[in-house]
Design a protein around this ligand. Structure first.
Ligand code: HEC
Length: 114
């Protein structure tokens, strides 16, 4: 019985990783970005100063993964990240994300829309 369980989890693991074989330019071993590990720190450093419950710039409070997923699935997140720097709706305003952070966010947007 134990052996069968081991075999089953191996097959499950294997089929998961082969689904994501196309390289999305991230360094997670299974090709999937984790919100908590990969995305939350970027949002914390670049967005939360304005989008916390007190500041709520533009009326927007980012309160974690659920609100980020909603923004990513509506297309709004990608839109504001990719606006030209002179557009006041471009996020973050006044400074740019590093290209590594921007690419990681864009890869995560693709992932949550799959
Ligand atoms: C310096 C403060 C500041 C930072 C930092 C900031 N924002 Fe904003 N954000 C604003 C303001 C102000 C608005 C309202 C802009 C407008 O509507 O003209 C806004 C609006 C938005 C909107 C709604 C846009 C719309 O037009 O509906 C989104 C989504 C957003 N921000 C996401 C982010 C994300 C993601 C980050 C981090 C990458 C970020 N913001 C960082 C100030 C900020």
């Amino acid at each position: 019985m134990k052996k069968i369980l081991y075999l089953f989890s191996f097959v499950a693991l294997f089929s998961c990783s082969s689904e994501n074989e196309e390289d999305k330019h991230n360094d997670e071993p299974n090709g999937q970005l984790s919100y908590q590990v990969d995305i939350a720190p970027i949002i914390q450093s670049n967005c939360m100063v304005c989008h916390n419950a007190q500041a709520a710039s533009g009326g927007l409070v980012i309160d974690g993964e659920t609100s980020m997923v909603a923004m990513a699935q509506s297309g709004l997140l990608e839109e504001v990240l990719l606006l030209p720097p002179n557009n006041p709706r471009k996020m973050p305003p006044g400074f740019n994300l590093s290209s590594a952070d921007l690419n990681r966010l864009l890869a995560w947007i693709v992932q949550v829309n799959e």
